[in-house]
Design a protein around this ligand. Structure first.
Ligand code: 2M8
Length: 450
């Protein structure tokens, strides 16, 4: 593989190109996750996009969140995909999900998927309000009014998560599909996925992803395998059979996992929303603080002897210890003793992670290069993902680790100064991989560069 060109853009140039890329992916009231490969709105992508757009226009950033929340389910769930009209290339599309026909909780429109994604939206709301305040009193007032209008939906989302996704009150979110983690084919899910066996008569649909990527080359080796996809598709079938009902899903699905990374994001987002409630005199502040505490404790309860957080296979009770970026979850939600936090930060910069001598840019790969499961080019099994870097920088800055945050920020800007805003990067060659320009990559570039 050819090494990329020397990085040339200044931070201001990176930001300008990122703004241009986001504008190109803007369809009016939503920004598609990426042209070609992901021609719709994805839930956690939209929140990252709002964080980036807030640097340009808090008005447009709020529109992104309003579009997403307009697709909220009646039980409070924010769906993981909101389908934009006029592009039927992505599979599974609205017909396959058939949410409106199957579930009374699905909204009348727009068409959505039946899953969720990590709940980072509260972090985005906080960032938008901060940007509006910096812009001046008129913009702040306008943003405050729109956040107030969104508030019942934001609270309903957090209630859905706390009630339906943690009925046992462990302080950990349950997910029904690897797609709900956002880290689709991460090796953290290999064990639970081994128990997902599609029925013999089940005919998987056509994969759109590998074809969409043909134009940039190397698609198959950089994506989940066909075997993975058959399981992804079968789980959707199981969810349809459960009628997207949380109680039935919990009983019947062959994949049921407590996701520590999404739980840490939830704790952090609840804390951020609590501060917004306080600032804007909105209801629910105590409830949000209680969510933040419960999930912070839940994340801490998973930490093993080596200091890393772990996931839990709820079908077997097995603790999942594969060394992936999710192990750093406590750095996002705080609550660690200083010695534990220092230990985790040291691990982050050790040769197993950012200090690995083979890295093109010293940023955390999605899976540790020392793990047998590491695959440097394949999606969530090894490549570096800029939004994950952003989350770690954000968490480190807030948890009293400003030097570590500054080191990661400089490396992130180095990676992003290729101006391509790739979906993910090869950790050893630095090669841009996957879709481009990927909106959430451009969004975090914009936020970090300005
Ligand atoms: C990827 O996931 C979708 C399914 O949700 C896919 O592979 O088709 C993941 O990287 C996910 O985290 C991301 O939100 C989505 C859109 O960027 O793509």
């Amino acid at each position: 593989v050819a090494r990329p060109q020397p990085r040339a853009l200044t931070n201001v140039e990176t930001a300008a190109r990122a703004a241009y890329a986001l504008r190109g992916n803007d369809r009016g009231r939503l920004t598609v996750a990426a042209p070609g490969l992901y021609p719709h709105m994805w839930s956690w992508d939209a929140a990252f996009i709002a964080i980036g757009l807030a640097r340009l226009s808090t008005d447009r950033a709020l529109t992104e969140l309003e579009t997403l929340l307009s697709a909220q389910w009646r039980n409070g769930k924010i769906p993981h995909i909101v389908f934009s009209d006029g592009d039927a290339s992505y599979e599974p599309g609205p017909k396959r999900w058939a949410c409106g026909e199957i579930s009374a909780d699905a909204p009348g429109g727009p068409a959505t998927s039946g899953l969720m994604q990590p709940p980072i939206h509260g972090i985005a709301v906080r960032r938008v309000l901060d940007s509006a305040r910096r812009a001046g009193p008129v913009e702040r007032r306008a943003a405050a009014d729109r956040i107030r209008a969104l508030w019942p939906r934001l609270l309903a989302w957090h209630r859905y998560l706390a009630e339906y996704r943690d009925p046992d009150r462990r302080g950990l979110l349950t997910i029904y599909h690897g797609w709900e983690s956002g880290l689709d084919n991460s090796p953290r899910w290999d064990v639970p996925y081994a128990a997902v066996v599609p029925a013999k008569a089940f005919v998987p649909f056509r994969r759109a992803d590998v074809h969409a990527l043909d134009s940039v080359g190397g698609a198959a080796a950089q994506r989940p395998t066909d075997g993975d996809y058959a399981r992804y598709q079968w789980l959707i079938e199981e969810l349809r059979q459960a009628r997207y009902d949380d109680a039935r899903a919990r009983e019947t699905l062959s994949f049921l996992v407590a996701d520590v990374f999404a739980s840490a994001i939830f704790a952090a987002a609840a804390g951020e929303l609590a501060s917004v409630a306080d600032e804007l005199a909105l209801p629910g502040g105590d409830e949000l603080i209680a969510q933040a505490e419960r999930f912070r404790r839940g994340v801490a309860s998973t930490i093993g002897d080596d200091g890393f957080a772990t996931d839990l296979d709820l079908r077997t009770g097995r603790v999942l210890r594969t060394k992936t970026i999710a192990g750093f979850a406590p750095l996002l939600c705080g609550g660690l003793s200083e010695s534990r936090r220092r230990g985790l930060v040291n691990a982050l910069f050790s040769p197993d992670w950012c200090g690995h001598p083979g890295l093109a840019v010293a940023l955390p790969p999605s899976t540790s290069p020392s793990s047998p499961a590491f695959d440097p080019a394949r999606y969530w099994r090894g490549p570096q993902w800029p939004p994950m870097t952003w989350l770690l920088i954000w968490g480190l800055e807030r948890s009293g680790e400003p030097e570590a945050a500054a080191v990661l920020r400089a490396s992130a800007l180095d990676q992003l100064s290729d101006g391509l805003f790739a979906e993910y990067y090869h950790p050893f060659t630095g090669e841009p991989l996957g879709a481009r320009p990927q909106s959430w990559t451009a969004a975090v570039a914009l936020d970090l560069a300005l």
